[in-house]
Write a protein that binds this ligand. Structure first.
Ligand code: AMP
Ligand code: GLY
Length: 430
């Protein structure tokens, strides 16, 4: 039977999901708030829908006769879109609202780890009063990460001793006056992501990826949704051992065991510290940009995973090409603090050369494609080594031109990768 798959979401991550399904025996339909020209080109239908409105998504799913759905971003998951689709008889690959709390409520996430004795949990306290949180900052012996408990698009965390002083962190809390915050031990090390496909109590892991959250080269500037990312031709990254990767996988396994009936992607953000692997956070979806590293090297048909998940069967083993990937986002100038929309996007799939092109938040008009105030598009190089993949991504960016755009050119370059290796060696006292 040919499946009819509804893809919810219109970013770079969803373009990567659409591409992964484009060779499958599936009719693809998509809905998003923005018209993503890359997804629209791959889909048989593309509808402008408020994706955090479960009824609107279900109406479109029923309209197109969807037999499966993939929910890309966290916003719709938090709004109960997977629940609504499931309840309407359209199996959604994505957790129900209650299970998505692993991402959408950081206080719940830490308590869940503590209660279930999931390894890798930092010391933490949760607060629902700004004054009490500020007092804790004053009294705590050491640096803390300050995290609003709810969703902030990856931009809400402030790390004392890294981005801010204790005084600035308190001023930030007083200013923002969040309902609930988590204060936790600052983890020092190298971050990496491992994403797992989960259903029916099964979990299948994908190669580690390193994202770059800071806006400017050299890991300076404010946090962003992610400026770019790389993966190696093996499961682990150059600064990790196989044992580090396994430690992360074991944490994901323990988490899936403790979560009842979770389905979709479980994304682990880890810190490789001097004392081993620690959990920075969990997300309930693919990473953006990490999906653009992972899905292009997935040799297994992604549709087979979705169908097995829906049918209550064991998930197929995943097979990945032994290839490295480097993904670089082009973002509007001034992103994320003062982004200037309206630059023209000159690149398309044909002109990207050997690189893959994924559109994100762009605005397709009659006379061309324009940037908005969020990440615009990403180019991904896939090759035998990180260095070659980086070169392929850079060639595509050179073609695209950078009028009105910012790019972190340092991502995936030998210098930056070596700094990661040296950092971990230093932490381990090597
Ligand atoms: P999150 O929104 O939880 O992913 O946090 C955003 C970023 O803040 C992470 O990618 C880390 O770089 C940083 N961060 C979060 N928690 C911690 C922590 N406990 N220690 C150090 N850095 C952290
Ligand atoms: N790359 C970070 C995220 O998707 O949350």
């Amino acid at each position: 039977m040919t499946e009819t798959v509804l893809l919810v979401g219109g970013g770079g991550r969803e373009h990567a999901i659409a591409r992964a399904l484009s060779d499958s025996d599936a009719a693809l339909y998509a809905c998003a708030g923005n018209r993503n020209p890359g997804i629209a080109a791959l889909a048989e239908g593309f509808e402008a829908v408020e994706t955090t409105d479960p009824e609107a998504v279900v109406a479109y799913a029923e309209d197109v006769g969807a037999t499966l759905a993939v929910v890309g971003p966290e916003g719709p998951l938090a709004a109960g879109v997977a629940d609504a689709l499931d309840d309407a008889g359209v199996y959604a690959f994505g957790p129900r609202e209650a299970e998505a709390r692993i991402e959408t409520d950081k206080a719940y996430q830490r308590r869940f780890m503590r209660e279930n004795e999931i390894p890798g949990c930092p010391e933490f306290e949760t607060f629902d009063e700004t004054a009490a949180a500020c007092e804790f900052i004053d009294e705590y012996d050491g640096d803390l990460a300050v995290k609003p408990a709810g969703l902030t698009g990856g931009k809400g965390v402030r790390v004392i001793g890294d981005q801010v002083t204790a005084e600035q962190a308190k001023a930030y809390l007083r200013d923002a006056d969040y309902d609930r915050v988590v204060l936790e031990e600052r983890l020092v090390g190298e971050e990496f992501t491992v994403q797992a496909l989960v259903a029916n109590g099964d979990l299948r892991t994908t190669p580690a990826v390193q994202d770059h959250k800071r806006a400017y080269e050299g890991d300076e500037g404010p946090n962003t949704g992610g400026m770019g990312s790389y993966s190696d031709a093996t499961d682990e990254l150059p600064f990790m051992t196989e044992a580090d990767y396994r430690e992360a996988v074991e944490i994901l396994e323990a988490t899936v065991d403790a979560l009842d009936g979770y389905k979709g992607v479980l994304y682990g953000q880890f810190m490789l510290t001097a004392d081993g692997v620690r959990v920075v956070e969990f997300n309930a979806r693919f990473g953006d940009p990490e999906a653009m590293n992972t899905l292009p090297v997935l040799d297994t048909d992604f549709l087979d995973v979705l169908v097995a998940a829906r049918e209550g069967e064991a998930l197929p083993d995943l097979s990945f090409a032994s290839r490295a990937t480097v993904c670089k986002y082009a973002v509007p100038e001034g992103y994320p603090t003062d982004p200037q929309a309206g630059a023209t996007v000159e690149i398309d799939a044909d002109s990207a050369g050997d690189a893959l092109l994924f559109y994100a938040s762009v605005d397709e008009r009659e006379d061309g494609i324009y940037t908005t105030t969020s990440r615009a598009f990403a180019v991904v190089g896939v090759a035998d080594t990180i260095t070659e993949a980086e070169g392929i991504a850079e060639d595509a960016l050179a073609f695209a031109g950078e009028e009105g755009l910012d790019v972190r050119h340092d991502i995936g370059k030998p210098d930056l990768v070596q700094r990661r290796i040296d950092h971990v060696a230093e932490l381990r006292g090597e």
